[in-house]
Each structure stands twice: as C-alpha cells, then as structure tokens.
Design a binder for this molecule. Sequence first.
Ligand SMILES: Cc1ncc(COP(=O)(O)O)c(C=O)c1O
Length: 459
Amino acid sequence: MDALHTNDIDAIIETDRARVWHHLVQHKPFETVDPRIMVEGKGMKVWDARGTEFLDAVSGGVWTVNVGYGRERIANAVRDQLVKLNYFAGSAGSIPGSIFAEMLISKMPGLSRVYYSNSGSEANEKVFKLVRQISHNKYNGKKYKILYRDRDYHGTTITTLSAGGQQERNAQYGPYTPGFVAIPHCLEYHNQYDSDLDYGPQVVAATEEIILREGPETIGAMCLEPITAGGGVIPPPAGYWEGMSALCRKYNILMHIDEVVCGLGRTGTWFGYQHYDIQPDFVTMAKGVASGYAAISCMVTTEAVFDMFKENPDDKMSYFRDISTFGGCTAGPTAGIENIKIIEEEGLLENCIAMGDYCMGLLEALKAKHEVVGDVRGKGLFLGVELVSDRATKASMDEKKVAAVTAHCMDQGVIIGMTNRSVPGFNNTLCLSPALICTKADIDQIVGSIDKALTDVFG
Ligand SMILES: Cc1ncc(COP(=O)(O)O)c(C=O)c1O
C-alpha cells in the first residue's frame, strides 16, 4: 500500500476502520458508522477529521489535558529536550527528571521521593510491589493484603483490576491477583446503612470491621482515590478521611492515595488529598502530570519508605528491583515542568476553584429544573450529575438514556462523559472535567447543552 497522505481523510478513516483497535469501544458499529478521528486541538476546543468543532468538557475524554490543547511552550521544551537527550534508562538520572522531582516534592509536604513510569496503572503497581516487598522484608510475608474501595478504579492490568471496585471493568478478566480486599464505598447519596447521621464515621466503622475480620497483622496498605472518578465522581463525606487516616495509624497500615485523576490541579489544589487533613505514605499520579503532552506517571513516597530499601546493601534482593523502560523517557518530566509552570503562572488552581463553584451553581439549578437529576457533586472542575428514574427511590436512570444525553451534547458540539462500564446498575452519572483554563462562557455552553439534552431526551 502507498504511504497514506495525512490530508486524505477518507483513506485515513478507512485505514483506521481496518487496522486500529480503539480502547473501551465495541467495534461492530464501525462497520456502518465512521470511527471519529481527532486532528487538532486549541485551548478548550478540538476538531475532528471532518472539521467538526467541539468544546471539550472532559479534557481529552479521560480528564487528562488539564492545561488545554495547543501549548507550544510544552511542545518546544519537549522538542529541545528530545534533540538533546530523548532517553536513558532510569538507573541513571536526567536533568528534567531531577528538576521535575524537586518541583513535585515542593507541592507535597511530607513526601520526598519520586519514581517515574508511564501510566497510572504502572505507578499503582509500583506501590503494590513495594507493599509486598516491605511485607516480605519486615513482616515475614504476613502483612501483604491491600484494601481497595468499592467503586474505585486503579488501572487496567490484572493486578490493578484486582484492586478495582468496578465489577463491569473487572468481569471476565479473572482469575485475579490474590490479597486484595474490598472495603465499602463512601457515596452518601446511596447510603448503605440505616442511619443518615454521621455517614463518614459509619463507613469508617464498617471498614474497621473488615480490618478486624481480616486481621490487621495481614494488612499492609489501603489504596484509595481521594475522590472516586470513573466510579461516579464521589467526594468523601465529612469525617471520612480523618477516620480512615486514624485506622491506618492504629493498625500500622500504609496509606496509598491514587491521584491519577485528581493530581495536578483537577480539584483546585495540587492534589485531591490536600483538601483533607491526611498524610499519605504513597501518592500516584499520571493523567494531568503532563496534560497528555507526554506519557508520564509518578509514584511518590516518603523517606521512611525509601530508606527501607537501602537498609541491607549486602543483600542483593533487598532493594526495589523494579524496571520501567519508558520511565527513562525525558519527554515526560520536561512536559511536567512546563505544565506546573503554566498552572502557576496562569493561576489555574484559582481558576479551577472559581469555575468549579460557578459550574456547581449552574448544575444545582439544573437539578431544580429537571426531575431526572438526582444528585450533583464534585470538587473544583471535577463534577458529576447522577441521573435517576425516580427521585424518591434514587433508582438509576437507564444507561442507554444517559448515553442519549451525552450523544445529544455531542450533537450540540460539546463533549461530556458518563460513567461507563463501571459499577453494574450505576452507569448513570454524567461527568465533567473541563481543562483548568475554562471560562464562564465555556461553562455556560457546557451546562446549557446538558440542559437542552435533558429537555429533549426526557421531555
Ligand atoms: C483513578 C485512576 N487510577 C488509575 C488509572 C489508570 O491509569 P492508566 O490508564 O494511565 O493506566 C485511572 C485511569 O482512568 C484512574 O482513573
């Protein structure tokens, strides 16, 4: 076959249809409908191969492009670094790797070491390996279990799925890695207990029961999203984090916070956990770290954890024997440096809080107007709208109808998301995560499109 010309859009689409396997997509419809090819982005907007313009309210589909599209400054810095040195294995350091680590650590009091890799799943696996190795080296292999929360997601590999609380993501990929134990979700809207009072402490108490059932001496770590993302955009109730943190201290359990979505400003602080009074032992991050301008993930931990892995230099098995080939790519930290500078210089954390509050106000108005809006929730520019078929029982809206709302917004030129193949019966939450640069006019357009879609789909 002759080389494809990038301007021959029909040929590109046909070749995509014939050759490319897209993520999280059933491909049968592509036999009659063209796959969408995205070709350009600028600020909040993207254009597809047919020239259709969209306002992107989900930062690249999966809450990633935090500083918006078309940042020449990032591209130029990455280009210069690639020409100088594109890669060397992570056993050596790099200039951007060193600088970016210092920048990150300056935003994360109490943490001091950065380990580079290239996806959120991989960063989470690093923590799981560290926890298992600590268990082997310090606790005779006994403190190996890792708690994960119902509705949370930590990645796509078999072991991160083993720590996954979204059954539609996990189903059919077992058997899973042993040693992962589920604890209850903390979504107050769907209270799992008899009393409405003190919901956070009730979830904590239920978690403590599980710890006692399993035996605290068998539990090495607890892995949690600061605000559950794909499981329904779930900010924790009052008292939750204080309680979970106290459990970790009481039972000598390491706390792992998965900031793959919330990290680097999504909720108006550098990291989601910083809204709460907690001190994690591990923090993982990926998507917003370089806003999708390069693939990078980071596992950040304390000096206390780091020190455990150099205690026995004579034992050749006692250090962290992990490899990440592409953790040595210099593009990631180079893009990460510019990404942080942009957030700081443009005041994007402040904008995130202001626009998040503005958007939440409009969403509350939508709830007052549309009976199908059961709950609106979130923090900063990380927001969810749960659709129900009955407000009294909180029964979920049929997910096909929820998908009809997202499709209607798309037809209006606005890309929004929804919980998708996550928790059975709960793929009913619309998701918004616009770039941190968004304006009131963008938010008006986004919420306006949802308003119109709800009116047209539900009458
Ligand atoms: C909270 C959370 N953790 C981890 C991941 C996995 O990241 P990746 O797809 O980069 O492996 C995701 C991806 O959506 C996520 O939402």
